[in-house]
Design a protein. Sequence first.
Length: 352
Amino acid sequence: MIASTATAAQADASGGSARPRAVALWLLAIAALVTLMVFVGGVTRLTESGLSITEWKPVTGAVPPLSEAQWQAEFEAYQRIGEYRQINGPAGMTLADYKFIYFWEWLHRLLGRVIGLAFAVPLAWFWVRRAIPAGYAPRLIALLALGGLQGVFGWYMVRSGLSEQATDVSHLWLSVHLLTALVTLAGLVWTALDLLALARGPGARPARLTRLAAVVGAVLFVQLLLGAWVAGLNAGLASDTWPLMQGRIVPEADWSKGALWAFTHDPFLLHFLHRWWAWAAVIALIVLARRVRQLERRASVAIHATFGIQIVLGIATVLTGVALWLAVLHQLVGALLVAATAWGAHVAGLRR
């Protein structure tokens, strides 16, 4: 009886047969795909595969080379860029080596296409069936737009490394690409939680962003930005010891080009900032987790678990000289931490 009343209320509110739970579950599935995308993107970055495909073909690019002639043409296009001329060419890269890095970049782009279709097609279906609750359509369109921007930013990132002089993508574009994905992930989780609350009670209103949640989000954002710059500059290799770097707490940095350049480009300084700003993020996350513990214990546990694992993985990544799978897991758990933080922030902002 209660469920029937809630369904009827939702139908009245949206002008149709609103299905907030179905829409929420779909958004959580998209969030899982975005998390997988972050994982594959980490592998792509750490295997230096990101520049293996030198053209952006949104439709035809979904099909990989199918003949030896097509593979050779792709390889020849790659041989014209600086990464091959200055690094992989002199190292003796073979066609088989090229196929390996091509696979990861192709998989990364393919997953992006899958996510786009998995979002756009069900969105259209929900829209036609009038299943989207009143007031949520603009938010869903914004999330779709963010996904589109993610692809555009990804191409600008790749293009930044395609010149004969460049040997890698711009770490600045890499950070824009990664952070857009993580902001989208947080938005998906938040919106899904709003819809689940609506499914439980037709009078539920969207959660608000509290001042505490905004501060915690800002602190975490800085840490994620630093992590993206560290990844883009290969600054994880600046030290394989912890807690000291170069036998000291504060490493030597290059200040000759000015403070702005040092804080955005110097690998030693950025590595130092990333490893120690992490503790500011931990403090902020603990405060948030304690605030929501009485309201939703699972959210509190998720925040504690993800930042704890993330710290351990970060230290292990440093001590192993950036072992590939440890570094990839570090990036994956970072995405899970964003999702857990969005969950905790949502709990804190529920209007009760």
